[in-house]
Design a protein around this ligand. Structure first.
Ligand code: PGA
Length: 252
């Protein structure tokens, strides 16, 4: 179901004590604010999840993992399965973040397997897509996004597709301080919704949550989040500062 969401992707930051301190600070900041509408998803390193879900979880404060492995179980030293993520109470998992695609050579077809495993284990995959600056400058940005969605997601049935979320994260905007303009963000989000509509029909397309990610800050969040096809944000750097992150949540 489409909803306003602010997700914080901590990447490989904060040890356990630092993470608990952050969560405590954020909880007290949010308690002081009178209202916010967004659902919050904190996506910390795997090893924090068990404790965070137990001590900070609630209907508006949910948790996700940053990755999962593409096999159900077995001799894959160092990997984490969908069932393990589910077993600690995390409800979401990032699939295909551009850093996974870039540094770990994850392909669209591998990601399709991960999406299926997440769904099989009752976890909502947040499927990340986005073009590089080179691809944008070469005007192949729409082809790239189309391929990422077609191969990674479009083998799902309509019923399965309704259980996923998408994050559009232009690679050139991630961690660079260069945010997509409202025109660029809306253009791509509308394009993505259009592709979903063509494949699954309008009813499903209008119910799909599509988050924007890439240098979201409290100073640009409100402008992005009010765009008709932007349903919230996937926030990296700015999710590591409790005050800043809370301001982004309030902006949604
Ligand atoms: P950023 O990262 O907000 O630091 O640009 C976003 C992301 O990688 O999800």
């Amino acid at each position: 179901m489409r909803q306003k969401i602010v997700a914080g992707n901590w990447k490989m930051n904060y040890n356990f004590a630092e993470g608990v301190q952050f969560m405590t600070e954020m909880k007290s900041l949010l308690n002081k604010r009178n209202s916010y509408n967004a659902k919050i998803i904190i996506i910390p390193p795997f090893i924090h999840l068990t404790d965070f879900v137990r001590n900070f979880g609630g209907s508006f404060m949910t948790f996700g993992a940053q990755n999962l492995y593409e096999q159900e179980k077995g001799a894959f030293t160092g990997e984490i399965s969908a069932a393990m993520i589910r077993s600690v109470g995390a409800d979401y998992v990032l699939v295909g973040h551009s850093e996974r695609r870039q540094y770990f050579a994850e392909t669209n077809s591998q990601l399709a397997v991960k999406v299926r495993l997440a769904l099989k284990n009752n976890i909502c995959p947040i499927y990340c897509c986005g073009e590089t600056l080179l691809q944008r400058n070469d005007y192949i940005l729409f082809d790239i996004i189309k391929e990422q969605l077609e191969v990674g997601l479009f083998s799902l049935s309509g019923e399965e597709f309704q259980k996923i979320m998408i994050a559009y994260e232009p690679v050139w905007a991630i961690g660079t301080g260069v945010v997509a303009t409202p025109v660029q963000a809306q253009e791509m989000h509308a394009y993505i919704r259009g592709l979903i509509s063509k494949k699954y029909g309008n009813d499903i397309a209008v119910q799909t949550s599509i988050l924007y990610g890439g240098s979201v800050k409290s100073s640009n969040a409100a402008e992005l989040f009010k765009l008709p096809d932007v349903d919230g944000g996937l926030v990296g750097g700015a999710s590591l500062n409790a005050v800043e992150f809370c301001d982004i949540i309030i902006a949604c």
